[in-house]
Write a protein that binds this ligand. Structure first.
Ligand SMILES: O=C(O)CCC(=O)C(=O)O
Ligand SMILES: [Fe+2]
Length: 212
């Protein structure tokens, strides 16, 4: 049985201003959400971790498999009127935010589509809610704010004005970022860049568990 609510994605219209995006609350179905969260991998601190450095298993692995499946690709292709066949994918896992996270950016030009999936049970904080912005300078000038909860899906088309960011938050915050990118060497380069910092964090958390 599918963990993802493709029907809800199909029903949600694409928003085109200030850039192309779609937000689907409960995209991870409520009955699957709890299972996926319970199998969320241990991550050695903040930042983006490549799956090769983590133990991806159980219901979390099933969810990841679905994100890589034809049904999800076709749904995104249809929504964004884009051909993603032959475009490589990559993903990273995040378990914590640092105070410095959330600064305004558009994502790198090698990303075509960015998918964010939020796996927190509740969120009573002002920080850590991703804002989709009208410009690259003012975090208060936003069109929408995404609470990082309950398997909420955000998909956007990267562009020169796909500005996004959030107010600072420090602590636990589970999310997956999944991308379709321009070419295979992007995947190798990005994943190896993250791999080094994940490995350093593993060493640090071994010696200083509370500092992770
Ligand atoms: O965690 C989020 O809500 C967004 C993160 C982000 O924009 C990024 O890592 O590129
Ligand atoms: Fe981003």
């Amino acid at each position: 049985m599918s963990y993802l609510d493709f029907g809800a994605l199909a029903k949600t219209p694409l928003t085109k201003q200030p850039f192309d995006y779609v937000i689907v609350p409960n995209f991870v179905k409520p009955e699957a959400f709890r299972k996926v969260v319970s199998d969320f991998p241990d991550v050695p601190g903040a930042g983006s971790h490549p799956p090769a450095e983590l133990k991806i298993r159980g219901h979390f692995a099933e969810l990841i498999k679905e994100l890589h499946g034809d049904a999800f690709r076709k749904a995104v292709e249809e929504k964004f009127d884009i051909d993603l066949s032959g475009r490589p994918t990559m993903y990273t896992v995040r378990g914590f935010l640092r105070k410095k996270d959330g600064s305004i950016h558009t994502d790198s030009t090698t990303k075509i589509i960015t998918v964010l999936l939020y796996l927190n049970e509740d969120w009573d904080f002002d920080g850590g809610r991703l804002r989709l912005l009208n410009n690259g300078t003012d975090l208060e000038d936003y069109v929408t704010e995404v609470p990082p909860v309950n398997g909420t899906l955000l998909v956007f088309r990267r562009s020169d004005n796909s500005w996004h960011g959030h107010k600072p938050y420090e602590g636990r915050r589970r999310a997956i970022q999944f991308n379709w990118v321009t070419e295979a060497k992007v995947v190798t380069k990005e994943q190896s860049r993250h791999r080094l910092s994940t490995r350093l964090k593993k060493i640090k958390s071994f010696f200083l568990p509370s500092a992770a």
